[in-house]
Design a protein around this ligand. Structure first.
Ligand SMILES: *[C@@H]1O[C@H](CO)[C@@H](O)[C@H](O)[C@H]1NC(C)=O
Ligand SMILES: *[C@@H]1O[C@H](CO)[C@@H](O)[C@H](O)[C@H]1NC(C)=O
Ligand SMILES: *[C@@H]1O[C@H](CO)[C@@H](O)[C@H](O)[C@H]1NC(C)=O
Ligand SMILES: *[C@@H]1O[C@H](CO)[C@@H](O)[C@H](O)[C@H]1NC(C)=O
Ligand SMILES: *[C@@H]1O[C@H](CO)[C@@H](O)[C@H](O)[C@H]1NC(C)=O
Length: 416
């Protein structure tokens, strides 16, 4: 007969074992293993589905590309919206992990950190990782070099005899080349070194625009008339980089001869409240000026995408072929007017025509905008997909400088 104490000990031990078991079981099943360490059938089925996803996503990517009317609308998304645990598991078991080395990632470039982590689990093609460890220089499958920062080296880090011909060198930047202060990329040592480009230009091998629009299949029903009627102010411009080469400051000064434009930020006189500056502008103003600092092909920076969800009409000025990039009922393009006065008159008529104005708000609601982080994540997944299909994407730029500078930027011609 056990003593009272002995029975209590057995009970306690039994209790702890049960709890421990539950914890282990829980852990195992979260990681797709059953209690005995075998893979669960749920996991095996998911893996089968994943293979199907990959194929169908590539197929649908091609179909979407063919159907697309605007280059920046409904760009195929190459990653899942949620952390895909099955991808992670499958990747762990893959011997074929491809390494993407960021040779000199700009410190200000932090868009990925939480959204698209280094392990790239969420890419449909999920067997790649991103590393910053230059010890892996030789063995990396791709190396990304940021063109315009001090750390872009004077010399190539691997000579052509050291370099594996299957290693892809990627030239990265999100700014036009004429503004670079580090001109090392022009040195002859770098000639014929790059295989792919990754820039805001849509003719890059890995296009990396500042944002995209995705069609919103369930646009909200909103009180557009009330929204319109609360707007008491005309146009706003928030700007901190004054006297940009695009001469946008001059353009705005000329526009101010005909219509009121409130200038916020470093280059203006209006002070924005510290918090929610943009949101307040969105409520009070009818128009927002989204004028680029440089007039370059496909150079359309984050402002259009950031202001799209706000209830105002964005006026764009740049050198982009906006009508082929974005639906023309979601913005006004200064280039569509022969004079600044014509533009001003159009804005005035729109500001007084509630029905016409509301049409723009409704059109904008048919899209959701995605920012630079989405684009960055998509670009990484694109790299991974192409590395896995390298034979289809072999390429080398004999002269990256010409590609970068090939008359992509122009001087302002709309200011008399
Ligand atoms: C992992 O890889 C090994 C060897 O290729 C294979 O036998 C095993 O079935 C794989 N496991 C999973 C979960 O895919
Ligand atoms: C970089 O990679 C090398 C070689 O794999 C490794 O020895 C080193 O610990 C890594 N460094 C860091 C900071 O991870
Ligand atoms: C957009 O373009 C279409 C066809 O080119 C034209 O009919 C329409 O009036 C334009 N809409 C706006 C708002 O400019
Ligand atoms: C990358 O470019 C180098 C240098 O031009 C070339 O030797 C190599 O074959 C290219 N590799 C790929 C995968 O395109
Ligand atoms: C320069 O641009 C023109 C058209 O804009 C294009 O046809 C040509 O191939 C480009 N050259 C290079 C080296 O990219």
């Amino acid at each position: 007969m056990l003593t009272y104490k002995g029975r209590a000990v057995i009970l306690i031990v039994f209790f702890f074992c049960t709890v421990l078991n539950l914890v282990i079981y829980n852990y195992m099943s979260r990681n797709n293993y059953d209690m005995f360490g075998r893979l669960t059938s749920r996991y095996i089925a998911a893996k089968r589905d994943l293979v199907n996803i990959k194929q169908s996503s590539v197929d649908s990517e091609l179909t979407i590309l063919k159907k697309r009317k605007y280059k920046l609308v409904d760009v195929p998304q190459l990653f899942t919206n949620t952390e895909d645990e099955y991808n992670a598991q499958i990747r762990k078991n893959t011997s074929n992990i491809l390494k993407i080395l960021w040779y000199n990632k700009p410190v200000w470039y932090r868009h990925n950190e939480e959204f698209c982590n280094r392990n790239m689990h969420r890419c449909f093609q999920s067997n790649c990782i991103v590393t910053y460890n230059r010890s892996l220089l030789k063995e990396s499958d791709a190396i990304i070099f940021a063109g315009n920062i001090a750390s872009f080296p004077r010399n190539v880090p691997l000579t052509s005899s050291e370099r594996d011909p299957n290693q892809v060198w990627i030239f990265f930047d999100v700014e036009p080349a004429f503004r670079y202060f580090n001109l090392n990329f022009k040195r002859k040592e770098w000639k014929s070194s790059f295989n792919w480009t990754m820039t805001y230009r849509l003719d890059s091998d890995i296009p990396h625009p500042y944002g995209v629009l995705l069609t919103n299949d369930n646009p909200p029903e909103r009180e557009y008339r009330a929204i319109f009627r609360t707007k008491k102010k005309f146009a706003a411009w928030i700007v901190s980089h004054c006297n940009a080469v695009s001469k946008r400051d001059d353009f705005v000064r000329l526009l101010q001869k005909y219509v009121p434009v409130d200038i916020f930020g470093h280059c203006g006189t209006k002070k924005c409240p510290k918090k929610n500056c943009r949101e307040n502008v969105g409520k009070e103003y009818k128009f927002y000026l989204s004028f680029e600092n440089s007039l370059c092909k496909d150079y359309i920076t984050e402002k259009f995408f950031e202001y799209l969800p706000l209830d105002l009409i964005t006026v764009l000025r740049g050198r982009s072929d906006y009508n082929h990039l974005l639906p023309n009922d979601t913005y006004i393009n200064t280039a569509d007017f022969s004079t600044i006065q014509d533009l001003a008159n159009f804005m005035k008529s729109l500001a007084e025509d509630e029905d016409e104005y509301i049409l723009y708000l409704k059109s904008k609601d048919r899209y959701v905008s995605k920012s630079l982080s989405w684009s960055y994540c998509n670009a990484l997944c694109d790299i991974c997909y192409k590395l896995n299909n390298l034979d289809k994407y072999r390429m080398s730029y004999n002269d990256i400088v010409t590609w970068l500078e090939n008359k992509t930027c122009v001087r302002a011609s709309d200011i008399k």
